[in-house]
Design a protein around this ligand. Structure first.
Ligand SMILES: [Zn+2]
Length: 505
């Protein structure tokens, strides 16, 4: 059987300052992986959803029909034209490949373009329109997906990642490919039920390695074992955009039993909703986190600066923690990574060994705090090219642009030019900076840093600073959610909801 494989992946941040003029952000301007047609055949080994599809289709002995894969970094909404071009390209390749027996798509699940709240829904609906009602279309989404009714109606099966950091991207894709293989051969007829919860989930409570998120993964594994269940998922949502699909959701897929899928989806949704206070975390300041860490006495103390998480679309130049390290003489310490192309260029020009005066960070917008005047030693400079080696992105090549390792009196900073979050230790090691020697580490990341920093951390605290992606949901300028959401409204009542999303598209 012929299984088409493709992906258009973008997590769209509505609250970050665009890296370039708003009308110029295109999928291609923020893309990190782009593969066309036959190029997809070389995939299969890395931890991405499309690699997992390729591996899964091969393992199940079916014919791979490669379409295209565009995997982009989180950014502000892309232009409508850019969305259309990518979708047209995908559809054209699919049209030429017809007939196919099934379509596997990697879609982030919180992709929006200018004027389009639910770009993933649009991709799925247009693929459905092209292949007709009888060809199975299945999608795998990021854990941070805002699912919609349009998506659920167009797809036969949706599967969501379970881990944060997302070390199961390929695994979940193989899972979907196996369901696809059983579907195209007529062995199963998947039936899906989806529920949407008025719930904004705190990122610090999504880490699957620890409770309460580990309980949620346990719940899903138990559900998978029940007779008749093919797949189950929880989407925790992506909160930094103002549109009606924002929120958590659950999915249950059964073998040809609609009533069972509906019943289990209600049960899973209720399970999540009943625990809503567990998915909430009150803000924590860096000083309070340091105090807690010193009391614990386990080093390095890692501060995860979730509000300036470059992986989530933040600018990566908030200065509150850098100032705290300097003023409180918290050393040896390192701030990873400060996004400041000007200072990176200045350091590269001066060269390793030089001593220079810099105004570091604080340049994207007033919210992130003022630049910090420092007299630093340039320990090393780099073009920013390296290979990740932690479990999340092992083997993936990173391009951080002109970069430098700077130090002032025991406070170290890795300065980079591109907006990328620290995921593992490989980049710092490439500069010669040994993070294991630090007593305090600040990472501009919410969860993915655990891929490499988890094993060396003494203690970890997700902290809230003056930065764009605040986790205090009451401070986010929502106007279009279209429903009351917990915990902005602590008393919100929830009835099992089977629909969500904009109707005005
Ligand atoms: Zn994610």
């Amino acid at each position: 059987m012929r299984i088409a494989v493709g992906g258009i992946e973008h997590e769209t941040c509505g609250f970050a300052v665009p890296a370039r003029p708003a009308d110029a952000t295109t999928l291609m301007s923020v893309a990190r992986h782009v593969r066309y047609g036959e190029e997809l055949r070389s995939l299969g080994d890395a931890n991405t959803i499309v690699d997992g599809f390729v591996r899964g289709v091969r393992e199940t002995g079916h014919e791979l029909v490669p379409l295209l894969w565009i995997d982009a970094n989180t950014s502000s909404p892309v232009t409508r034209e850019s969305l259309d071009r990518a979708v047209e390209d995908l559809l054209e390749r699919l049209r030429k490949a017809l007939p196919v027996d099934g379509v596997l798509l990697s879609l982030h699940g919180s992709f929006a373009a200018q004027g389009v709240d639910d770009a993933d829904g649009e991709v799925l609906a247009r693929v459905r329109e092209l292949v007709g009602p009888n060809i199975p279309v299945m999608a795998v989404h990021d854990l941070h997906c805002n699912l919609s009714t349009v998506m659920a109606q167009a797809a036969n099966v949706m599967v969501v990642e379970r881990t944060y950091p997302h070390i199961d991207m390929a695994e979940r894709a193989v899972h979907a490919a196996r369901i696809m293989a059983r579907t195209v051969t007529g062995e199963v007829r998947p039936t899906m039920a989806v529920r949407y919860l008025p719930l904004l989930w705190s990122a610090a409570r999504m880490i699957d390695a620890e409770p309460p998120m580990s309980d949620a993964v346990q719940m899903l594994r138990a559900l998978d074992q029940r007779p008749g269940v093919l797949s189950s998922s929880i989407g925790v949502g992506y909160q930094w955009i103002d549109n009606p699909t924002v929120g958590a959701s659950v999915i249950v897929v059964t073998e040809n039993d609609e009533a069972l899928a509906e019943r289990y989806a209600d049960e899973l949704a209720k399970w999540v909703w009943d625990r809503r206070s567990q998915w909430r975390r009150d803000p924590l300041t860096p000083s309070a986190a340091i105090a807690q860490g010193e009391q614990l006495g386990k080093y390095p103390i890692v501060l995860a600066e979730q509000g300036d998480n470059t992986g989530g679309g933040a600018s990566g130049d908030a200065t509150e923690i850098l100032r705290l390290f300097i003023e409180q003489k918290l050393v040896p310490s390192a701030v990873l990574y400060m996004v400041d192309p000007d200072v990176a260029a200045q350091a590269v020009a001066a060269g390793a060994g030089a001593e220079i005066d810099v105004l570091l960070g604080g340049k994207s917008q007033p919210l992130v705090g003022p630049p910090v005047p420092m007299r630093v030693r340039v320990h090393a400079v780099s073009n920013g090219r390296f290979t990740y080696d932690g479990p999340m992105w092992a083997g993936v090549v990173g391009e951080l642009g002109p970069s430098a390792w700077l130090e002032q009196d025991g406070v170290h900073v890795a300065v980079v030019s591109g907006r990328h979050q620290p995921v593992d230790l490989a980049f710092c090691r490439s500069l010669g900076l040994d993070c294991r020697q630090m007593r305090y580490l600040a990472v501009k990341s919410t969860g993915h840093f655990r891929s490499g920093f988890g094993p060396i951390a003494g203690s970890i605290f997700n902290v809230d600073t003056a930065s764009a992606l605040v986790h205090d949901f009451r401070r986010l300028p929502y106007t279009r959610l279209g429903r009351s959401m917990y915990p902005i409204d602590m008393d919100v009542r929830w009835e099992p909801s089977t629909t969500v999303g904009a109707s005005d598209e």
